[in-house]
Design a protein around this ligand. Structure first.
Ligand code: NAI
Ligand code: MG
Length: 373
């Protein structure tokens, strides 16, 4: 029996190609694992009316970790139209399988390291080394949304909130509501995860990102909770910034930041910005981590434009596999994989299109594998 069971979830589009490429390096590194394919993505929405079928949920309940490629998502109307005819009348609601997976398995940490590997021609600045902790289960992604707004809700909100009253005079199909829900427990555990990480890896500072001056209830709660947690880590510096200012400061001086922690939506925004500073989506790796399961993925999507061309950069997914190795308790293999990747970037002989090169996805994976002994 293998030491680890890993769910293998390619998904749609280039998700398949980047996972195939990553298999090349994992095989070379000799991880004692068995891989189990899981169905996820657009194809299963169209055919079965469910992009995250129960059999895949069952699989995730029985593995140590998962590697996930990417999925295609489309707005509700387009989603309905692409269902097979017999499902079109069923009034099925499309919800992103990634968001569902994060909530269902309580993968509350979204960990996104952003490190500029020397020699990458598209680094914004060399030596950027930031880690983003994005809360992954609540906030504006809670899934509590209304369009049209039920009259009952409009009446209640109008009674409870003065600023809401003018909206309640509009016809209910003329506005929409997405609820931003942040809990004290949810805020506390993500901030704690960031500080624990800082302590473990001797990082100097944790920056709390919020917009508590305007979004007082939810971001206020997040920020207040964060400050309480920070007191328990006196050796680590804490500072904070509003999300808008943060994007400006990050671009101006990324070296001022070390570990960043943010509620779900701000964390999503910040991590794309940080990914771009270290080479773009071809380098953005991510771990969705809970207490029992962790799912690792590149941050990019299914990039339909490049599907089937063997052209995109597999490094984001290979670095996600590195994170998976660390999480499984194989940090030596994780470091070896990171070093091999860094070496190939530094040499600059093999580069995919996004690095101003013309090598294929497979060639990049093979080059990294050949650095592994
Ligand atoms: P995308 O991330 O798929 O691609 C945007 C662009 O980024 C590509 O056209 C390409 O220029 C570049 N890119 C992406 N991955 C790359 C790689 N590995 N190497 C080099 N360049 C790369 O975003 P897009 O086009 O907005 O969305 C396509 C689909 O993916 C949509 O259906 C969207 O909903 C979905 N999506 C899924 C995500 C996920 O599965 N986690 C995340 C983001 C989008
Ligand atoms: Mg994103």
């Amino acid at each position: 029996m293998s030491k680890y069971k890993i769910a293998w979830l390619p998904g749609d589009g280039i998700g398949v190609e980047v996972l195939d490429a990553t298999k090349i390096v994992l095989d070379k590194i000799g991880l004692d694992a068995e891989y189990f394919h899981g169905d996820i993505g657009w194809e299963f929405w169209c055919k079965e009316g469910d992009a995250f079928p129960q059999r895949t949920i069952d699989l995730l309940n029985n593995v140590d970790a998962a590697l996930f490629g990417a999925i295609t998502s489309k707005p509700m109307k387009a989603a309905q139209k692409e269902l097979v005819p017999e499902l079109q009348t069923k009034n099925l609601v499309y919800r992103s399988p990634i968001v569902r997976m994060r909530q269902m398995f309580d993968l509350y940490i979204c960990l996104r390291p952003c490190k500029a590997y020397p020699g990458n021609p598209i680094n914004f600045k060399e030596a950027i080394d930031l880690v983003v902790f994005r809360e992954n289960t609540e906030d504006l992604y809670s899934g509590v949304e209304f369009s049209p707004v039920p009259q009952e809700l409009a009446d209640t909100l109008s009674r409870l909130s003065k600023p809401f009253a003018p909206f309640s005079k509009l016809p209910v199909d003329q506005y929409a509501i997405s609820c931003k829900i942040n809990t004290r427990a949810g805020s506390e555990r993500i901030v704690r995860a960031a500080f624990d990480f800082a302590r473990k890896f001797k990082r100097k500072k944790v920056t709390i990102v919020h917009k508590a001056n305007v979004v007082r209830a939810t971001d206020g709660l997040f920020f207040e909770t964060a400050k309480e947690v920070a007191q328990q880590y006196p050796e680590i510096k804490m500072d904070d910034a509003n999300i808008d200012a943060m994007t400006m400061w990050l671009l101006k001086n990324p070296f001022n930041y070390d570990v960043i922690v943010a509620p779900n939506l701000y964390g999503d925004i910040i991590s794309d910005l940080c990914a771009q500073m270290v080479g773009g989506l071809g380098f953005g790796c991510s771990g969705n981590i809970g207490d029992k399961l962790a799912v690792f993925e590149p941050t990019h999507g299914s990039a339909p434009k490049y599907t089937g061309l063997n052209k995109v950069n597999p490094i984001a997914t290979i670095l996600a596999a590195k994170m998976m190795l660390d999480w499984l308790g194989e940090p030596e293999k994780g470091s070896a994989l990171e070093q091999a990747t860094a070496e190939v970037i530094k040499e600059g002989k093999i580069r995919t299109y996004d690095m101003n090169g013309s090598n294929t996805t497979t060639q990049m994976a093979q080059a990294i594998a050949s650095q592994l002994r």
